[in-house]
Ligand binder design. Structure first.
Ligand SMILES: [Zn+2]
Length: 412
């Protein structure tokens, strides 16, 4: 099927553009295209962006409010209560919650997602058993990567290495861990790289989270990445400790991150909620300075992470709303900064999870979202609910804001 979008705004280009699509690919982009298409959509000056990319999500522990209620609302409670809840996770339960989250994500315009999947002696590989079939089931709307990860540690959890290897053999795409919960974080990191080399897969760490006094593990991950020849294949999420670095130290570390071609994700909906709990006033934000790092040449992005559980009691899985949050937290007000936010929600996030050549260009895959916004700043300001979602050249979802007015004076 051929599809043509007329009169669309595009990121980084002035004026209005026509975009023609044949099958799953973008064919041409020009101010006026005269090609015949099966379906023509007049964008009417609205903003057409690449499909949103959620580079870091947890489908297996999404939407847990029916069984996890906060008493203290702190990180230790989130870890403890979620671990208890995991004892009762079943394939059917995980699939029910993941399907809700996936459908909602597709409606928002997420066309690619990396979901972490917990593997430990309690849940074993149940999460992966639940999510592997959904990778195919939802391929019509979203490219799903599954990153198995050891949330509870590795060196302190006998059998976890075997479980991670089993999960990779079952068909997981990526391997990772949360070294900050492991008593031997450097060994934890070495083990993950060993498994990555064994299965020739990319690596994803939950890294340098929290605001305790433990040293940053980022330099160790950078050196292991280079030592193993894994440049461009490692993504790290959270990195809240980077928020505490003075500008000179951040500028000094940036070239090493760039050399290892490491991607850094802020997960602000979780980070701002969990960080700095001991601050009694003027509470720090604890969001990695991804805008500054981008200026220093590092590939940075942001992602949803958790939706409605004790780690993140907020959010609905919309990457664009996270873009609004990022712009507020990092105090980004210019159109150029808002364009950077949209790049971090799309092309930069795609690069972070190893999807190359993503974006609106001839020959590229036609993963697109037409937003009900007429500028990058309006898109960031309002995260408009009006969206048309195109996955591989097919319109897969459309959302509109419906309002009804009942006061007579409102009609005029
Ligand atoms: Zn996470």
């Amino acid at each position: 099927m051929n599809l043509k979008l007329n009169n669309a705004q595009l990121l980084g280009r002035d004026g209005l553009w026509d975009v023609s699509i044949a099958d799953d690919r973008i064919v041409d982009i020009a101010p006026h295209l005269s090609v015949v298409a099966d379906r023509v959509i007049d964008a009417g000056g609205q903003l057409l962006i690449p499909g949103l990319v959620d580079a870091h999500m947890h489908l297996d522990k999404a939407l847990l409010f029916d069984r996890c209620v906060a008493v203290t609302g702190d990180f230790n409670e989130a870890m403890h209560v979620t671990l208890q809840a995991k004892h009762s996770f079943t394939v059917a339960d995980i699939q029910t919650r993941a399907r809700r989250a996936l459908k909602q994500a597709i409606a928002f315009g997420t066309t690619a997602m990396r979901s972490h999947v917990e593997v430990d002696p309690v849940i074993q590989v149940t999460g992966l058993e639940a999510l592997l079939p959904l990778r195919d089931e939802y391929a019509w709307g979203l490219t799903l990567q599954l990153a198995v990860f050891a949330q509870e540690g590795i060196t302190n959890q006998a059998g976890t290495v075997d479980l991670l290897q089993q999960a990779m053999a079952m068909g997981a795409d990526v391997v990772g861990s949360a070294p900050y919960v492991d008593p031997d974080p450097e060994q934890n990191i070495r083990i993950i790289f060993d498994i990555a080399q064994e299965f020739d897969c990319d690596v994803d760490f939950h890294l340098d989270y929290l605001d305790d006094d433990s040293p940053m593990l980022l330099p160790f991950v950078v050196s292991e990445t280079v030592r193993r020849g894994w440049q461009g294949r490692v993504c790290v999420g959270h990195m809240t400790k980077l928020a505490g670095l003075p500008p000179a130290e951040l500028a000094a570390i940036a070239p090493t991150i760039q050399e290892a071609d490491l991607s850094i994700l802020a997960l602000p909906a979780s980070d701002v909620y969990i960080m700095a709990r001991k601050d009694t006033h003027n509470v720090r934000r604890g969001v990695a300075p991804i805008h500054t790092l981008a200026q220093l040449g590092v590939n940075t992005a942001f992602a949803v992470n958790n939706v409605q559980n004790l780690f993140t009691p907020f959010g609905d899985g919309d990457v664009l709303k996270i873009a609004t949050l990022v712009a507020q937290l990092l105090q980004l007000g210019t159109p150029a900064a808002h364009q950077l936010c949209l790049e971090m929600a799309t092309t930069r996030a795609a690069r972070a999870i190893g999807i190359h050549g993503y974006g609106i260009a001839p020959g590229g895959i036609a993963d697109l979202v037409l937003l009900n916004a007429t500028s990058v700043s309006e898109a960031i300001a309002a995260a408009p609910p009006g969206r048309m979602v195109i996955k591989r050249g097919q319109i897969v979802a459309q959302s509109k804001l419906e309002q009804q007015w009942f006061a007579e004076t409102a009609v005029h």
